[in-house]
Design a protein around this ligand. Structure first.
Ligand SMILES: [Fe+2]
Length: 166
């Protein structure tokens, strides 16, 4: 759902950014395959054929962290706790505000009164792509991407307070 009345250009801008990020995502995937010395340098790219359709969970998300100038901040409080993203590659577009480190978003003391805006492209392999050990070791049982994502989402939404479930 887009704010069509208040920001009529927002949907097109987000759609344009999404479409521009796809070839960047594919280029990074190709470089990863080359770095792993895979015989097929498009091994990962070929598993991202359905980006932009319902057969892929690839998504562009906007994250807005408002100014905390009028908020009492607890010691060691963060904007977003440490975590890892479940899918393939995350490409982060952000404004000039610092704070992102090791998959968490800090609150730098000199930035408390500043908003933070970022947009993340979460590149996911196709829903039916099979995640398996690339070295054929079968260290972990093969699973489809959609089954993995559903399992991770379920773990996240059913976790008990103060538990660390990734
Ligand atoms: Fe993340």
């Amino acid at each position: 759902m887009y704010p069509e009345k208040s920001l009529p250009e927002f949907q097109k801008s987000m759609s344009d950014l999404f479409n521009a990020a796809i070839p960047l995502n594919n280029r990074v995937l190709e470089i990863m395959a080359r770095g792993l010395n895979l015989e097929d340098q498009f091994y990962f790219v070929e598993r991202h054929s359905w980006v932009g359709t319902k057969r892929s969970q690839t998504a562009l998300r906007s994250f807005y962290y408002p100014s905390l100038a009028d908020v009492k901040i607890k010691e060691n409080q963060v904007r977003c706790g440490e975590h890892w993203d479940y899918g393939g590659i995350t490409i982060l577009f952000q404004d000039k505000q610092s704070g992102l480190e090791k998959h968490r978003v800090m609150i730098p003391a000199d930035h408390i009164d500043l908003d933070r805006q970022s947009i993340a492209f979460f590149g996911n392999p196709d829903n039916d792509a099979v995640l398996e050990c690339i070295d054929q070791s079968n260290k972990y049982p093969p699973t489809t991407i959609i089954d993995l994502l559903n399992m991770k989402y379920e773990q996240t939404t059913t976790k008990k307070p103060n538990s660390r479930t990734y």
